[in-house]
Design a protein around this ligand. Structure first.
Ligand SMILES: Nc1nc2c(c(=O)[nH]1)N[C@H]1C(S)=C(S)[C@@H](COP(=O)(O)OP(=O)(O)OC[C@H]3O[C@@H](n4cnc5c(N)ncnc54)[C@H](O)[C@@H]3O)O[C@H]1N2
Ligand code: MOO
Length: 411
């Protein structure tokens, strides 16, 4: 069998970004919208705030009446009233006057700033002003958060706690989001045994079902772990068909390379209506990775090696799932948390493939230092002991000790 015609990581990201995907939309209550992807733009139906508001307790004033005022040279204003938090002021403040106001209360017409109570003294019905204010000091303006008609959030944005705050401010109690996807996990291999089994020589506990499930659950994706299957074509095909029935995406692991018992490619090609989109990536670890489309559903074949399967999930499957869920700009923000560090030993890398080196981070004097954890992709500990991934681009032959690098944080 001929080995894969490998795709580069940038080719695969491009492929993901041009896939035609039919997505379903649903409405969810605001409190359940976190983590979801917006399916429509959100516009402000009104200015927010609706009216200028005080941001400090004190006195609403005209700033020009306070110009030049100080502790030693105070200005004096006549106290002409009080505005409560839920009151609409129905008067206009005149020059030489002030009114008592609380944080959040509406500013009367004529006032343009708020003197903090700490810089004042009440003397009869006069207020001694001990500070010069500038216009708009200690107030928020009408529409300072959002202007009526402004597009505040865009379809394709992932909703986090900050977006929830904006949606609540805008009065959106029901949010249009893309439907979440469902992902099934199938491990393959004659050598696999259940986690609670004592393996005999030649056997290994099924680890990938659990790491992939954990990775998906951290993204709040609904998962099903299917029973692992032996290296038999019919068994694998049946399990895939069962999973495809229910899931949007199926993650297979093992059997994706080119050995005699590596059946995944063959089985995927035999599934009715399936189209293999790629087989093989210029990626290490993770070269024997493949993707097939069956109607509107997708099947990933991931390498069996425990570390490879997790890294392929992080750098390939997860960006794909984000695209599938309708998220925009995935490829300009593949990894949210990065840190600069200094590499403490040389690392070589093969030109023409992307390497993801596992690194440990430590603090030495004022610098963060990245130490590569070398080891094979079949060992769980290279990832387990790592604090981050150091990507080495496919046009690079390695990095010398002492260079500053960017590490993708794993926690
Ligand atoms: N002639 C070549 N052979 C291999 C190449 C190559 O380029 N040419 N690539 C190697 C690379 S890189 C990887 S990665 C592996 C991946 O192979 P498969 O996806 O076919 O995986 P398996 O052979 O089924 O398993 C590999 C290894 O991982 C263990 N494994 C599998 N599934 C699980 C699981 N669910 N939990 C724990 N461990 C699992 C399995 O026992 C094997 O030890 O191919 C190389 N070969
Ligand atoms: O994909 Mo393999 O993962 O390089 O060991």
């Amino acid at each position: 069998m001929e080995f894969f015609k490998v795709l580069s990581l940038s080719d695969v990201y491009h492929l993901f970004s041009i896939l035609q995907i039919k997505r379903k939309i649903e409405k969810v209550p605001l409190e359940q919208a976190v983590g979801r992807v917006l399916a429509s733009n959100v516009q402000a139906k009104e200015d927010w705030p609706l009216w200028p508001r005080a941001t400090m307790d004190g006195y609403a004033v005209q700033a020009k009446d306070t110009f030049g005022a100080s502790e030693t040279n105070p200005a004096y204003l006549t106290l002409s009233g009080e505005i409560k938090i839920d009151e609409i002021p129905d008067f206009e403040l005149q020059s030489g006057e002030c009114v008592a106001i609380v944080t959040g209360a509406l500013l009367p017409k004529g006032a343009d700033s708020v003197l903090m109570v700490e810089y004042s003294e009440q003397v009869g019905n006069l207020i001694e002003v001990k500070k010069s204010l500038f216009p708009q000091e200690n107030i928020v303006l009408q529409g300072e958060d959002f202007k009526k008609g402004e597009r505040v959030l865009e379809s394709g944005q992932r909703i986090g706690f900050r977006e929830i705050g904006a949606l609540a401010t805008l009065g959106c109690s029901e949010i249009e989001v893309f439907k979440r996807i469902k992902v099934g996990i199938i491990s393959t291999g004659d050598e696999l045994v259940k986690v609670d089994t004592v393996p005999q020589p030649g056997q290994v506990r099924d680890v990938n079902s659990f790491t992939l499930n954990a990775l998906l659950l951290t993204q709040q994706i609904q998962t099903t772990i299917y029973e692992f299957v032996p290296d038999r074509k019919e068994a694998l095909k049946n399990q895939i068909l069962t999973a495809l029935h229910k899931e949007d995406v199926v993650l297979l692991s093992g059997g994706s390379s080119v050995g005699t018992r590596d059946l995944t490619l063959n089985v995927l090609q035999e599934i009715p209506d399936s189209k293999v989109l790629f087989h093989g990536l210029a990626l290490s670890p993770g070269k024997p990775t493949m993707l097939a489309k069956v109607g509107e559903k997708f099947i990933f074949g991931l390498p069996g090696q425990v570390t490879s399967a997790q890294i392929v999930f992080l750098v390939v499957v997860n960006p794909f799932l984000r695209v599938l869920e309708g998220e925009k700009n995935v490829f300009t923000n593949i990894w949210p948390c990065k840190i600069k560090a200094v590499l403490d030993r040389n690392i070589s890398s093969k030109q023409g493939r992307y390497d993801f080196v596992r690194v440990r981070l430590s603090q030495r004097e004022q610098r963060v230092v990245a130490t590569p954890i070398l080891g094979k992709s079949g060992l769980i500990k290279t990832l387990f002991l790592a604090d981050g991934l150091l990507p080495i681009a496919d046009n690079c032959e390695g990095i010398v000790a002492g260079r500053e690098v960017e590490v993708w944080l794993l926690h």
